[in-house]
Design a protein around this ligand. Structure first.
Ligand SMILES: Cc1ncc(C[n+]2csc(CCOP(=O)(O)OP(=O)(O)O)c2C)c(N)n1
Ligand SMILES: [Mg+2]
Length: 343
């Protein structure tokens, strides 16, 4: 590891002879497909009954919805190195990370649909998925996941375990104080944390260049004396390799690392966002990482039509089961509105 950004990793890494074996590559693809299948189903259900017009408060899933389509390489590549004993703290755009970390899809979906069977009994919704079973949490307050990741890592260290905490945030949130304070303290105490920045170029409608003069957040690691690495091109295998180094470093007690991944926000900031501010909008679909990886794996002989079909069908079955479970679950009793929440 270096103390500054590594050279860009070319997407050619996906198509050239891979360092990874076929089962690992297939598993990365399966995770990405499951995440995308899930979000396409949420998209369908979310928009099904918002009309006439677009009333964000209406429907089966009322409120804001931030989907992570395009960012699946981050979730698949990082979470492949974790077990559910490891902690993940995520953002307002959490679904891909929750799924890749192994969250139960039924309880997650019921939470998104505001049902009593959800992870938080339907009180939290899609930005507040708290799951003790997988040590996963997230928040609608940006950069908020960093300090709790430190707290968990502190506990892991004190108990002399080899568990790690992964703290994920967007590139916009990396300009907040909590990000810098967390890097500083984690470095000082050599905590087992992997800091992950998802650079999708946008913080709502603010381009990254308008918010910071630093071209790579990975460079900021040097300010705290920890390794920083930037992965270009949304390449799942490059993410996998960078995360392997950072997770191993944390597990072995050598301390935290920072990884920034240049990823892609395939859809709007939230559902209903017309994205008129986005000059590159027309070409965004051509950068979708999933067809690109599928092509690479077909060309390498790792996948064929049958295998792809099986993977897609298995994902659809799991996702539709979770959606059906959520829809058939009871809504919380209004009389219990103040139960299970701080009051
Ligand atoms: C502390 C705080 N300030 C402002 C907001 C409003 N807000 C929600 S998402 C967002 C942009 C986040 O951008 P980024 O960190 O790049 O994440 P992305 O949405 O691109 O995944 C802002 C400013 C918030 N949720 N929390
Ligand atoms: Mg962003």
């Amino acid at each position: 590891m270096t103390m500054h950004a590594e050279p860009s990793t070319s997407p050619a890494a996906e198509t050239a002879a891979s360092a990874l074996d076929a089962p690992t590559r297939t598993a990365l693809f399966e995770t990405m497909v499951l995440c995308r299948t899930y979000e396409e189903a949420i998209l369908r259900e979310y928009h099904a009954d918002k009309g006439p017009g677009f009333d964000i408060g209406k429907g089966l899933v009322p409120g804001e919805m931030h989907l992570s389509a395009g960012q699946e390489p981050v979730a698949a590549g990082v979470c492949a190195h974790l077990t559910t004993d490891d902690a993940v703290t995520a953002t307002h755009r959490p679904h891909h990370l929750a799924i890749a970390h192994g969250m139960d899809l039924r309880a997650m979906t019921a939470e998104i649909f505001g049902r009593e069977t959800g992870l938080g009994r339907g009180r939290g919704g899609h930005m507040h998925l708290f799951d003790p079973a997988t040590h996963f949490s997230c928040s609608g307050i940006i950069a908020e996941g960093y300090p709790p990741a430190l707290g968990q890592a502190f506990a892991f260290q004190r108990k002399q375990t080899d568990r790690v905490a992964v703290a994920v945030t967007g590139e916009g949130a990396a300009n907040q104080g909590a990000f810098h304070e967390s890097l500083n303290l984690a470095a000082r105490w050599s905590l087992p944390v992997v800091f992950v920045v998802e650079d999708n170029d946008w913080a709502i409608s603010v381009p990254r260049d308008a918010a910071t003069a630093v071209p790579s957040n990975a460079d900021r690691a040097a300010a705290y004396g920890i390794p920083g690495e930037r992965v270009e091109d949304n390449d799942v295998e490059a993410v996998y390799a960078a995360a392997a180094r950072a997770v191993e470093r944390a597990r072995s007690g050598a301390g935290p690392s920072l990884i920034e991944i240049h990823t892609l926000r395939l859809w709007g900031h939230f559902e209903g966002d017309a994205q008129g501010y986005r000059p590159e909008l027309a070409e965004v679909p051509s950068h979708d990482p999933i067809p690109r990886y599928e092509k690479a794996l077909r060309e390498a002989g790792v996948l064929d039509d049958d295998a792809v079909q099986r993977i897609r069908a298995a994902a659809a079955e799991r996702v539709e089961d979770a959606i059906a479970y959520a829809k058939s679950s009871p809504l919380p009793d209004p009389a219990s509105a103040t139960s299970y929440v701080f009051a």
